[in-house]
Ligand binder design. Structure first.
Ligand code: MN
Length: 234
């Protein structure tokens, strides 16, 4: 017997995959904080890997937006900022995974933008409050098409992003403090990771504000490119 709902549930969030018409259904959105030294310093919180630990936040899958979209400047902020990131898409489940086995969970990669109400995030940080209003912003998880790379740990590649043609962020995946395998293994100590989970691996330095009318473009070597236009506030 099929389930009867009070109203039609929304279709699952999904992303296009290079080389196939089948779309990747999205489960959860995980984000790594402070995973490039130069960005940790620009945020006023340097990282010493010997004593620090990975930390995470999440966003609702409902915040997912495909590359190429135009999103309205969000309410409640005067400082909406870009963070360009490598995104890992998982294609297999895992729990308590060893670093050496983490690659088995990888389906592929994408370019991502972790758009952030920076003023609200920093206010929450100073007051010891959750980051949700700063980070779990509607239409703030922008992702390109997924590039299949099953079982491959991406360990280098130039990352670059521009606003209206001017370079804002430029780095390399090789500068991740915790690499892709270390992130997957660590996250799997806290969650039963599932196919369709996306992990935003953190942003390099150069984060900054955007305003209505701005055009964001970015790329990661051997992964692809991403674009986003900021529209007028509603
Ligand atoms: Mn981020």
């Amino acid at each position: 017997m099929s389930t009867t709902y009070l109203w039609n549930p929304p279709a699952p969030a999904s992303l296009p995959v290079r080389g196939t018409d089948a779309r990747l259904p999205i489960n959860r959105l995980f984000f790594v904080g402070r995973n490039y030294h130069a960005h940790a310093i620009e945020m006023g919180r340097p990282v010493d890997k010997a004593t620090a630990h990975l930390f995470y936040f999440t966003k609702s899958p409902g915040t997912l937006v495909e590359s190429g979209a135009c999103v309205a400047y969000p309410p409640g902020t005067q400082d909406f900022q870009h963070e360009m990131e490598l995104v890992v898409a998982l294609g297999a489940p895992g729990f308590g995974v060893a670093v050496e086995d983490a690659a088995k969970l990888i389906y592929g990669y994408a370019c991502g933008l972790d758009m952030t109400r920076r003023d609200l995030q920093l206010a929450a940080r100073e007051q010891g409050r959750p980051w949700d209003l700063g980070k779990d912003v509607e239409q703030s998880s922008v992702v390109s098409e997924i590039v299949p790379a099953a079982g491959q740990v991406l360990s280098q590649g130039a990352l670059e992003m521009r606003v209206n043609g001017a370079t804002r962020q430029r780095s390399d995946i090789a500068r991740l403090i915790w690499n892709v395998a270390e992130i997957i293994a660590d996250l799997s100590r806290f969650y039963h990771l599932q196919p369709g989970d996306l992990i935003f691996t953190g942003t390099p330095e150069g984060v900054g504000p955007v305003v209505a009318g701005d055009r964001i473009e970015g790329s990661i070597e051997n992964v692809g490119s991403i674009a986003l236009t900021i529209g007028a506030a509603e």
